[in-house]
Design a protein around this ligand. Structure first.
Ligand SMILES: [Zn+2]
Length: 144
């Protein structure tokens, strides 16, 4: 870490905590999700402040589409403790272009063939049954 106080043009002060992630979840909830994209075009998500690919700290916010396409998914019957009351459920990795976002798919039956790779899902925010924490939730689009 160097003492680089010069980059004043950026998005403003961001506390070095999870706040970046909470803010990002708020943005998703408002339909204004974004990715952090470095000058080399690598995408990442808050609370990252350094490009995971090239180490660049010059990250700008690029709006995300409301919908992405399913890259892979799995039906979870034996969850981690934080998801104990949610099982069975489907987690998916959804491709939004610059970034892939992991979330829980709702509005479907938690069965292996309920969705498939290439399906379009809409990102929103829901709460985990187990502890009420906010999580990224994907839902099927209504055939748009
Ligand atoms: Zn990069």
């Amino acid at each position: 870490m160097s003492d680089d106080a010069a980059d004043a043009a950026d998005a403003g002060p961001v506390p070095a905590t999870n706040a970046g992630y909470d803010e990002w979840v708020d943005a998703i909830a408002d339909g204004e999700g974004y990715a952090l994209v470095c000058s080399n075009g690598h995408g990442s998500l808050p609370p990252r402040r350094v490009c995971p690919e090239c180490g660049s700290t010059d990250l700008s916010r690029e709006p995300l589409d409301a919908t992405g396409t399913v890259e892979t998914y799995s039906v979870v019957h034996v969850p981690a403790p934080r998801f104990a009351d949610d099982a069975p459920y489907v987690t998916a990795i959804v491709d939004f272009g610059p970034v892939r976002v992991t979330g829980v798919v709702r509005g479907i039956d938690p069965e292996p063939n309920a969705i498939e790779a290439g399906d379009e899902l809409e990102a929103s925010v829901g709460t985990r049954e187990t502890d009420g924490e906010r999580i990224v939730v994907f839902r099927p689009t209504d055939g748009a």
